[in-house]
Design a protein around this ligand. Structure first.
Ligand SMILES: Nc1ncnc2c1ncn2[C@@H]1O[C@H](COP(=O)(O)OP(=O)(O)OP(=O)(O)O)[C@@H](O)[C@H]1O
Length: 623
């Protein structure tokens, strides 16, 4: 294939697609929006408050200093000299912030109940923009503005492609302790959240985390223990119950920032599968007052599947508290019934519906914490941003806004800073955004039809553990699922045109291991955490749709491949290339992320053998 970006017929054919941002419809079918136009007009007529201004800046220097010692993260409060300094581990702990028990709004919350808390930091240095964070923005600007076809890109591509010799299956791993391939293992931890929960998985995967969490270069590394994070005893019991031994980097750095008082906004970025959910869940669980029987925290997610998953995590970590959760998704609530649970987890359309009924479902003025998971998607102008902003305007001005995602591109980042003013900020440098344990491959296919043949050839590999195949369009997902089934393979398909109940059943079937291969759209590209997924196939290169000139959608690529390689596990991703344009797009992704992808041939036995070996190794965990 040539380097040129010749547009192909199959590409031009996509022009008539409806841009749903999340997934693309078969043009002949209709989609069902979560709130009707009429209801939206009613909601728009409602009186709305001005933009939220949040907590005053305060001194987070000890925490910023902690962040700066841990490689990969930069905070808005980190002086340049510290950010540039070594990433060596330190045994010293930062001063622990103390919840402000005199604060009326937060005084009775769980965070304030524990008596033996350390003092809060006292100085009042204002927040500043991190030099390291700015540097990473500059870098990403430089990369993202370019599409392939210039000299700089070619040079960079040559460097990336030159680096492709050698095997890619099971190379030995070393860490800061000198352990090689797990020889120094002390403990075996099963971190499966599915264990003992609503959904149990017969396909248990064991992983040894001790070495990874002792490696300063790992996003799972921390210098502290959960015990040092000043959490309530009942939440500590929950953490032990789910099997967490040590916080990840994002948990260790974000939690003190989230829990300090007065509450302050936070924008947090961390790689996929590094434990962001537990970080914001612990914040919400710490801040609500169990004695007050009304919603006090809202967590929004872009899909019902992710909202359900987050609810499950909160319920498990909060199982020793009296805090109750409510799932706010289409079909889960009644117009006549007031909600008396403490934490709402839901999708924006449903929350808009609920709030359009004034205070009859719940009183928005009681909300203290507003969390956006997958925040870049939730505030994106072309995405769910409208609804999210409308919800926010109905909340009290001093609500704590918490925005988490694995990706924040430059545009979204600016918007996030306006959405969550004066926030503590934790951003990754572009080169750290993807998880190294995910082996990224690309596969040349013989035209659009050849993609199906390649997928069928990969089936045996895909069913070694569990796999997710991402398509651009819902009808493609259905079509290839049907063909694979007719060809004797067991697969399920999931997308937004399915009934809610069916969607739940299909994902549960996949989560508990009954289905090994899930063919889907971007509806589960983000957030879904199924640890035994060891392979992701990008059947179609993700693109930005008509609004983005069909350019490659780097963020979606990162989230899709992030469905594997969760919390220290290994995984493989394969992206299909079927013409010059898709090749150019894959090169662009490699260039932007600075990561090589190895070519692999579905018809080459040796390649498939290697893939099989890598996938089997990935099933056993990181070691
Ligand atoms: N401290 C910990 N120790 C062990 N396992 C953990 C810890 N924190 C989280 N996990 C596990 O790591 C997995 C990934 O966590 P989570 O789903 O929160 O990732 P995430 O950062 O939100 O990813 P994404 O960006 O894809 O949404 C989960 O299975 C969770 O149970």
């Amino acid at each position: 294939m040539s380097d040129a970006l010749a547009s192909s017929k199959s590409w031009a054919d996509l022009d008539d697609e409806e841009d749903a941002r999340v997934e693309f419809n078969d043009p002949s079918s209709s989609s069902s929006p979560s709130s009707s136009k009429q209801e939206q007009q009613q909601q728009e007529q409602q009186q709305q408050q001005g933009p939220v201004v949040s907590a005053k800046p305060q001194d987070d220097a000890p925490i910023a200093s902690l962040a700066s010692r841990i490689s990969g993260l930069s905070t808005s409060n980190t002086p340049p000299s510290e950010t540039a300094s070594a990433s060596a581990p330190s045994s010293s702990s930062p001063a622990r912030p103390k919840p402000n028990t005199s604060n009326n709004l937060f005084g009775k919350a769980l965070a304030g109940v524990k008596s033996d808390r350390a003092s809060a930091p006292t100085s009042t240095a204002p927040a500043s923009t991190s030099a390291a964070a700015s540097a990473s923005v500059g870098e990403s600007k430089k990369n993202v503005e370019l599409l392939p076809n210039n000299e700089e890109r070619k040079d960079k591509m040559n460097n990336i492609m030159d680096d492709q010799e050698g095997g890619w299956g099971t190379e030995p791993t070393t860490n800061g302790n000198g352990a090689v391939n797990g020889k120094k293992k002390e403990e075996v931890v099963d971190t499966s959240m599915s264990d003992g929960g609503l959904i149990s998985n017969e396909f248990q995967v064991e992983v040894k985390l001790a070495d990874l969490q002792a490696d300063p270069n790992s996003p799972l590394y921390s210098v502290q223990t959960f015990e040092q994070l000043n959490l309530h005893d009942d939440l500590m019991k929950g953490i032990y119950a789910v099997g967490f031994k040590k916080p990840s980097k994002i948990q260790e750095v974000a939690l003190p920032l989230l829990l300090s008082n007065p509450p302050r906004n936070l924008i947090g970025q961390s790689q996929s599968g590094t434990g962001k959910t537990a970080a914001f869940s612990l914040d919400m669980l710490s801040r609500v007052d169990p004695a007050l029987m009304t919603p006090q925290a809202i967590c929004l997610a872009p899909s019902r599947e992710l909202a359900r998953q987050i609810q499950e995590v909160i319920d498990k970590i909060g199982q020793f508290t009296d805090i109750k959760t409510f799932l706010a998704v289409p079909g889960s609530w009644s117009r006549n019934v007031r909600i008396d649970k403490h934490i709402l987890i839901g999708t924006p359309g449903t929350l808009v519906d609920m709030l359009s009924r004034g205070k009859s479902i719940f009183d928005p003025k009681q909300i203290r914490v507003f969390v956006l998971d997958e925040a870049d998607e939730m505030i994106a102008m072309q995405g769910l941003g409208d609804q999210t902003t409308r919800i926010k305007r109905m909340l009290p001005p001093n609500v704590q806004n918490v925005l988490f995602s694995a990706t924040f591109n430059d545009n979204v980042r600016e918007f996030a800073e306006r959405f969550a003013p004066e926030a503590n900020q934790l951003f990754l440098k572009l080169e750290n955004v993807t998880v190294d344990a995910i082996k990224q491959l690309y596969m040349k296919c013989n035209g659009e039809d050849g993609k199906y043949d390649a997928l069928a050839a990969l089936y045996d590999c895909m069913s070694i553990g569990q796999s997710i195949v991402f398509c651009k369009r819902k009808d493609t997902a259905d079509r290839i699922a049907r063909r694979l089934t007719e060809d004797g393979h067991e697969v399920a398909s999931l997308h937004g045109d399915k009934q809610s109940r069916d969607r739940d059943d299909i994902l549960d079937g996949f989560r508990n291991g009954k289905t090994k291969v899930l063919i889907t759209t971007n509806v589960v590209a983000r957030g879904i955490d199924i640890q035994q997924v060891n392979m992701v196939v990008n059947y179609d290169v993700p693109d930005q749709g008509p609004a983005g000139d069909f350019q490659p959608d780097i963020e979606t690529y990162i989230h899709r491949i992030g469905r594997t390689g969760r919390f220290g596990r290994k995984g493989c991703s394969v992206i299909f290339v079927h013409d010059d344009r898709s090749m150019g797009e894959v090169e662009f992704i490699m260039q932007t992320l600075g990561k090589r992808m190895k070519p692999i041939d579905a018809m080459n036995k040796s390649d498939l053998d290697q893939l099989e070996k890598a996938l089997k190794a990935a099933m056993k965990g990181p070691n």
